[in-house]
Write a protein of this length. Structure first.
Length: 367
């Protein structure tokens, strides 16, 4: 058992104070309110020597996780450049399907746009944007690259690239499953939900390998690429010995797109089993919680690395950050409901779990 989970158990068993952090659901970023794929904004005053940071987003404009990344990156850049910094944003929309013609035209457009612009550092967010940035470094004058939210296994492969560093993450899958079983000790069935895009199916395959350790203790049902309507019908009558784990769901096998937040909201409305997740963007939309990665924290770390590089450090000499940034996070409203459903201690066979008195039952709590 990890020290973090021991601490969490002590918090629950003593009904100690849970400190909430109320997520700001209001997206105060003008770029997400416009349909254009690009944005330029200056944070602070703009002297002639203002530095320029280019952020490349893999996903489409309206993905809620973009707002979390954006908030973290912008906050770090604003703090690191009190004299002002120019932020350029490109929303590449590479996270859907492979389209060579689309990417070719995108390269031509960006080559024309940035031909005479100085870029001090490029921050590609997630895997597709990083691949694009590394394949087309000449578009941005071979500027240093600080990747954001790159899976740890892929981040290890970036060592061979010059002037590249960034922020990696590793989902705490096993920690979250173990936590869910501690909370619901009679669990015998785990439903794993993921979307139908190529990268989501690759993610599921890696999850299947990790979850193979439960082959003798859990029945694991994979719901992959299902339309939301069918997904909800599959989960509406699951028994009390089931739990649901949502990986990501950005669309189905039929080509219909949605966001994971939209999927979680619908699933939680219909599922008769508790829903867990692996990252915090859907928190407040229907997941109970878990040992979660945070897009905002990863964005903040990436912004801080960008500041260090612009101030003179070499990207190649800065180690990859972020692998220790996951934390236990829960939706206090759902915990409050659980407390009313199950009061007192419940023996799990491994430890006693006690739901605490929640001082802020309508907020999220980060433990």
């Amino acid at each position: 058992m990890s020290d973090a989970r021991r601490s969490l158990t002590r918090i629950w068993s003593t009904a100690a104070l849970i400190i909430p952090s109320i997520r700001n659901f209001v997206i105060a970023i003008a770029s997400l309110a416009i349909s254009s794929a690009t944005l330029c904004q200056v944070v602070g005053d703009e002297p002639e020597t203002t530095r320029t940071v280019l952020i490349l987003y893999s996903h489409q404009t309206n993905a809620p996780i973009n707002a979390d990344w954006d908030r973290g990156i912008r906050g770090a850049l604003a703090a690191g450049f009190p004299e002002g910094v120019r932020i350029e944003i490109e929303r590449l929309d590479l996270g859907r399907e492979e389209d060579d013609e689309f990417e070719s035209r995108l390269v031509d457009l960006l080559r024309h746009k940035y031909a005479d612009r100085r870029i001090d550092v490029v921050i590609p967010v997630f895997t597709q944007a990083l691949s694009f940035a590394l394949d087309n470094r000449d578009l941005f004058q071979n500027a240093p690259v600080v990747f954001c939210s790159l899976p740890a296994a892929i981040a290890e492969q970036t060592d061979s690239f010059h002037n590249v560093t960034g922020v990696a993450f590793s989902w705490d899958l096993i920690e979250t499953v173990e936590l869910s079983r501690d909370l619901f000790p009679n669990t015998s069935r785990l439903f794993v939900v993921s979307g139908g895009h190529k990268w989501e199916m690759e993610l599921q395959r890696s999850v299947e390998m990790k979850l193979s350790r439960y082959d003798d203790t859990l029945e694991i049902v994979y719901l992959t690429g299902l339309p939301l309507s069918r997904l909800c019908s599959e989960l509406v009558n699951v028994d009390s010995q089931s739990i649901v784990l949502v990986l990501t769901h950005d669309g189905d096998h039929e080509g219909k797109s949605n966001t994971t937040v939209e999927a979680v909201a619908k699933i939680s409305q219909h599922s008769s089993a508790p829903v867990f997740g692996l990252y915090d963007t859907p928190l407040g939309h229907g997941i109970l919680g878990g040992q979660l990665a945070s897009a905002e924290i990863q964005g903040k770390l990436a912004g801080e690395l960008a500041v260090r590089i612009v101030r003179g450090e070499s990207a190649s000499e800065i180690p990859v950050a972020g692998l220790d940034s996951n934390r236990y996070m829960f939706d206090g409203r759902i915990l409050s409901w659980l407390k009313s459903w199950r009061t007192g201690a419940h023996s799990s066979g491994r430890r006693n779990v006690i739901f605490p008195t929640l001082l802020w039952p309508t907020s999220q709590c980060h433990c």
